[in-house]
Design a protein around this ligand. Structure first.
Ligand SMILES: NC(=O)c1ccc[n+]([C@@H]2O[C@H](COP(=O)([O-])OP(=O)(O)OC[C@H]3O[C@@H](n4cnc5c(N)ncnc54)[C@H](O)[C@@H]3O)[C@@H](O)[C@H]2O)c1
Length: 357
């Protein structure tokens, strides 16, 4: 048995009804409370053990949070908000360096989570992690590189997370891209680019995350874990001249429902959050490339003279009269984690703009 199997097994063995211990893998440790073979581990491990040496594999340090496990120093989370739902749980947010992903990362940390910010923009992910660790005065975030369209890169990300902390409790597949355009004109290359990130990326992430969650659940059989994709209101209603995007998001709901049916045996729930437009995020509000500037310059909104006019035009289409943000989305994520009697659902967060039938 390899370290990549033993770490999530130890997280499962130390499960306290809400979460397991953080498990840090080291090829060498000075001292171990338990030394055993891989085959003996399940029988010999006792809750509360903080160091284990598995012959021929290496050492594993256990603790309540990352600093406790890695260094024996702890200042366990001061939780505000919906305490307990993700407190000291290991969460991963793909595309976490900016936009909705960044908002979700910040909210999860307010709720006491340990978050891996996984992004192609690894510089941005690491910078955000450094800021958040400094702000909290403890290790609450790591920046990690991933390209969700590349199978090797996804596997490497998952392996690295497992070696660093032992498992994954909540995986948020948020990385997504948009290229709008008429079906009569869109190139196959652009269509495939959107499909690769939004649809295939979600498949690849689930492929490598689900077995880790299965192993965590194995020892006690009651360790609930969550995979949440961030789709869109365009996963519920078609989008004019935006078929590549809406198609990939509708498709991801099919994946969610199918993964949910399969992974329920491992106590892994799979749901998707369908947000409305994030008008204050970079996609819409970037002063140079944002959609508001683009729509102003192309005269898409008749009579609009400023970016603010364009923004008001779009806000007015939302019954609640504003755009969506990371906090709105995170509330739906926390609901799906807290709720132990629902899976395979698409949860709208649209200010009333798109309603379920
Ligand atoms: N912005 C909106 O109005 C809106 C509305 C509904 C749903 N969404 C969805 O929310 C999610 C986030 O959107 P956003 O607007 O915040 O995006 P954004 O463009 O602001 O940020 C996306 C992040 O994902 C990263 N990324 C892109 N491709 C990647 C890849 N292949 N591998 C790893 N990382 C990658 C980028 O580096 C970036 O940090 C997307 O799935 C999007 O479809 C956005």
């Amino acid at each position: 048995m390899k370290a990549l199997k033993i770490s999530p097994l130890l997280r499962g063995l130390s499960f306290d009804g809400e979460k397991g211990d953080i498990v840090v893998y080291k090829s060498l440790i000075d001292y171990a409370e338990l030394t055993c073979t891989a085959d003996e581990l399940v029988e010999k491990f006792e809750k509360g053990m903080r160091s284990v040496m598995v012959e021929g594999v290496g050492g594993f340090l256990l603790g309540e949070d990352y600093d406790d496990a890695a260094n024996g120093t702890t200042d366990v989370a001061k939780v505000s908000g919906r305490a307990g739902v993700v407190n000291n749980k290991v969460c991963v947010v793909t595309g976490g360096a900016q936009g909705f992903g960044e908002g979700i990362v910040r909210e999860l940390i307010k709720n006491g989570a340990l978050v891996f910010i996984a992004d192609m923009n690894v510089g941005g992910a690491k910078k955000l992690a450094i800021e958040l660790n400094k702000q909290e005065g403890r290790t609450v975030a790591f920046g990690i590189s991933v390209n969700v369209t590349d199978e090797k890169s996804v596997k490497k990300m998952v392996d690295e997370i497992v070696k660093t902390v032992g498992g994954i409790d909540l995986f948020i597949s948020n990385a997504g891209v948009l290229k709008a355009g008429s079906v009569k004109e869109m190139s196959l290359k652009d269509f495939e680019f959107v499909t690769d990130v939004n649809y295939i990326g979600f498949f690849l992430c689930t492929k490598y995350v689900a077995p880790v969650m299965e192993t965590m659940n194995q020892p006690q059989g009651n360790y609930y874990t969550d995979i949440v994709s961030i789709s869109s209101k365009s996963a519920l209603e078609g989008s004019n001249k935006n078929a590549a995007y809406a198609g990939s998001k509708f498709g991801s709901v099919g994946l969610v429902q199918s993964f949910a049916k399969e992974l329920v045996v491992d106590n892994t729930k799979v749901n998707t959050v369908c947000p409305g437009n994030f008008f204050d995020g970079p996609l819409w509000s970037d002063p140079e490339r944002g959609l508001f500037v683009q729509y102003l310059n192309t005269g898409k909104v008749p009579g609009a003279e400023t970016v603010e006019d364009v923004k008001r035009h779009y806000e007015a289409q939302v019954p609640m009269n504003r755009g969506c943000d990371g906090e709105d989305v995170t509330k739906a994520i926390l609901y799906s984690v807290e709720q132990k009697y629902e899976t395979g659902q698409a949860i709208p967060v649209t200010g009333g703009q798109v309603m379920l039938n």
